[in-house]
Design a protein around this ligand. Structure first.
Ligand code: AMP
Length: 221
C-alpha cells in the first residue's frame, strides 16, 4: 500500500515545498502548504489573513487556534481525494496533538513523517536566493532555477520577487522559531515509529527518488 497521509517536517528552505509538489504529481495527493494557504489568506484580506499577517511578516508562528482550525478545515474539505501531504503543519505540539485527534476521529491517522535535515548555513544561503511568483506562488531560485525571463513567472506570467519573510534577518528568526517550537516534534513522531530522516543537502532528484520509494513501500493501513 502506498502511503497517503504524510507530513513533511523540517526548517524552511530544505526543499519540502518542491518535494511536496513532486509527490503530489506522482501519487495524486493534495499538497497542502500551510504557509502558502496563509499567504493567500493575507492577499485576499480575509479575517484569517488579517490576524495572521503580522506574525508571518515577522517570521513568528501564527497562533495555534487559528492555524489548527484553518488546516483541519482544509483537510476535511478534501472529500474524495486520495490523501494529502502536509507541508509546514503541524509546527507545535498542540498542533500535532490536534491533528492526531482530528485524523483519529475519522480513522485516518498519519502514516509517514519525513524530517528534512540540513545545516542552517546552507538554509540561509538557499532562502536569500529564493523567489516566488506573486500570483501563482511558483517558486524559483535566482542561482539554481531562475525564471526564463527575469522577474516573470514561467507558469503564469506573474511578477516574480522575494517573499517579505525571506530576507536574512527574518530567516534567522524563522530558524530560531523552528528550533524552539517545531524541532520538538521530531522525537514525538519518532516515538510513534513513522519518522524518516531525509538528508536534504543532496540534489532534488536524489531526494525525490528516496522519498517516492519510501511512500510507495509503505506497509499497513
Ligand atoms: P512557510 O511558507 O511554511 O515557511 O510559512 C511561512 C510563515 O507562515 C511562517 O513563518 C509562519 O509565520 C506561518 N506558518 C505557516 N505554517 C504555520 C504553522 N503550522 N503554525 C504557525 N504558523 C505557521
Amino acid at each position: 500500500m502506498t502511503a497517503s497521509r504524510i507530513i513533511f517536517l523540517g526548517p524552511p528552505g530544505t526543499g519540502k515545498g518542491t518535494q511536496a509538489g513532486r509527490m503530489s504529481q506522482r501519487f495524486g495527493l493534495a499538497a497542502l502548504s500551510s504557509g502558502e494557504i496563509l499567504r493567500n489568506e493575507i492577499l485576499s484580506g480575509s479575517e484569517v489573513g488579517k490576524r495572521a499577517a503580522e506574525f508571518v511578516h515577522a517570521g513568528l508562528l501564527v497562533p495555534d487556534d487559528l492555524i489548527i482550525r484553518m488546516m483541519l478545515s482544509v483537510i476535511g474539505g478534501l472529500g474524495e481525494k486520495p490523501g494529502f501531504i502536509l507541508d509546514g503543519f503541524p509546527r507545535t505540539q498542540p498542533q500535532a496533538t490536534a491533528l492526531d485527534k482530528g485524523l483519529d476521529e475519522v480513522h485516518r491517522p498519519v502514516q509517514l513523517v519525513f524530517d528534512f535535515r540540513i545545516d542552517d548555513s546552507v538554509i540561509v544561503e538557499r532562502i536569500v536566493s529564493r523567489r516566488i511568483c506573486s500570483k501563482c506562488q511558483a517558486t524559483y531560485n535566482v542561482r539554481f532555477f531562475p525564471p526564463k525571463e527575469a522577474g516573470v513567472c514561467d507558469r503564469c506570467g506573474g511578477l516574480v520577487g522575494q517573499r517579505a519573510d525571506d530576507q536574512e534577518s527574518v530567516i534567522r528568526t524563522r530558524l530560531e522559531t523552528y528550533r524552539r517550537q517545531t524541532a520538538t516534534l521530531v522525537p514525538y513522531y519518532e516515538a510513534a515509529g513513522n519518522l524518516r530522516a531525509i538528508d536534504a543537502s543532496r540534489p532534488a532528484q536524489t531526494i525525490e527518488t528516496e522519498v517516492a520509494d519510501l511512500i510507495a513501500a509503505h506497509k499497513g493501513e
